[in-house]
Ligand binder design. Structure first.
Ligand SMILES: [Mg+2]
Length: 256
């Protein structure tokens, strides 16, 4: 942990008057999506598997899921390719049971994953008010790493936030994850703004802070929720322009 922004003193280098759009991460930025939520997803998947096959060892399911979640960031240099949900679910059945799932079994397991994600989403009550106030001044967008774009969009609908975002870009729809530059250029193109005209708000040191800063955007790092995939700062890493401990703090940074 190095740099002023990492030990609690925000770098007050944001220039709100230059910012034309605000781009948000979703998990651990707007909604909590940490270890407890992931454990609930794993438990639902374990129950889904047990409908078709012998009940798997939960620790083995969790280990496969951890490996899947980190796969986009593996390799040197990492490819940042997003997982294909159908492929990784099929591979999970093969690894656990030594055989391929039927099409019907695979469809059911994908439905289980989709529904389990929606079940664990718990949109904080203050979120709509905070985002509504921001959206009155600048367009908002969402850029999320998740293999299932439809699940993110349904999550936004159910949480009552969908209408606040001018565009929603999800790694599962692009095939690439943050910090890959294509994720940031896609959302900036859809907003029709230059990188320097947009600020990104996110929790993850690699995907969000490094991704947005390398893309040339302003960056607000939120530490409100613990990231599920923690990446340690590396030599030469870029610092965020500000650090917040709660979503509510954004208004004061951008309205000044
Ligand atoms: Mg996040």
């Amino acid at each position: 942990m190095t740099g002023a922004a990492r030990n609690g003193t925000p770098h007050m280098t944001l220039c709100p008057e230059r910012l034309k759009a605000v781009v948000f991460d979703y998990g651990n930025t707007i909604i909590p999506f940490g270890r407890p939520e992931i454990a609930r997803l794993d438990a639902a998947l374990t129950r889904g598997l047990a409908r078709h096959y012998p009940t798997p060892d939960e620790a083995r399911v969790a280990a496969i899921r951890d490996r899947n979640r980190m796969a986009p960031y593996a390799g040197d240099p990492p490819a940042y390719r997003e997982n294909d949900l159908r492929d990784i679910t099929m591979a999970m059945v093969r690894e656990l049971y030594g055989r391929d799932p039927s099409e019907a079994e695979l469809d059911h397991l994908l439905r289980v994953r989709h529904e389990a994600f929606l079940d664990v989403i718990d949109t904080p009550g203050y979120a709509r008010g905070v985002l509504e106030r921001l959206a009155a001044r600048r367009p908002l967008a969402l850029l999320s790493n998740y293999p299932n774009g439809a699940a993110i969009r349904e999550g936004l609908e159910r949480g009552g936030l969908a209408d606040l975002f001018a565009c929603v870009v999800v790694s599962g729809d692009l095939g690439y994850c943050k910090p890959h530059p294509i994720t940031f250029t896609t959302v900036l193109d859809q907003l029709g703004v230059a990188p320097s005209e947009a600020v990104y708000v996110g929790d993850n040191w690699l995907a969000d802070v490094q991704g947005a800063k390398r893309a040339g955007m302003a960056m607000i790092h939120t530490t409100q929720f613990a990231p599920a995939e923690p990446f340690a700062p590396q030599p030469g890493d870029l610092e965020p322009d500000a650090v917040i401990g709660h979503l509510r703090e954004i208004a004061a940074l951008l309205d000044s």
